[in-house]
Design a protein around this ligand. Structure first.
Ligand code: ZN
Length: 132
């Protein structure tokens, strides 16, 4: 497979915001679109037990890595600035959010952060209650 991204600008009623549709094509099949269409690049790749998109079904655990590689390759082809922006946004979505993976500063256990909190927790509940 020789995968490549095709990026389409979608016409929307809201002219202030351009929507993008990113699809994956396989250049080994044919150079003609849509005959070489593989699947749509999903916005979110969650790597759950049950894959939620064709893309995840195809690439499994490597989904995020492959998606990133393809996006970076698309950046290297020097698209216009709006498209570059759209690709960067997609890359950002694929990066795991560090604030959701905080570790307790005392025992190193991962802490589940609550979404609405202004400041993230530094200690797990056990260590926190011991300090009181
Ligand atoms: Zn702790």
């Amino acid at each position: 497979m020789k995968l490549k991204l095709l990026i389409f600008k979608k016409e929307t009623k809201d002219y202030t915001k351009t929507q993008y549709k990113i699809v994956i094509i396989d250049l080994d099949r044919t150079k003609q679109y849509p005959q070489n269409f593989v699947c749509i690049l999903p916005k979110n790749i969650k790597l759950k037990v049950k894959p939620s998109s064709t893309f995840e079904k195809m690439f499994g655990k490597e989904s995020i890595e492959i998606a990133k590689q393809l996006l970076k390759k698309a950046l290297r082809s020097r698209p216009d600035s709006e498209t570059t922006q759209a690709i960067r946004e997609r890359l950002k979505l694929l990066d795991p959010q560090p604030h959701n993976k905080t570790k307790c500063e005392n025992c190193g256990k991962p802490i589940k952060q609550s979404k609405g909190r202004f400041r993230p927790y530094k200690f797990c509940f056990e260590c926190y209650s011991k300090r009181l």
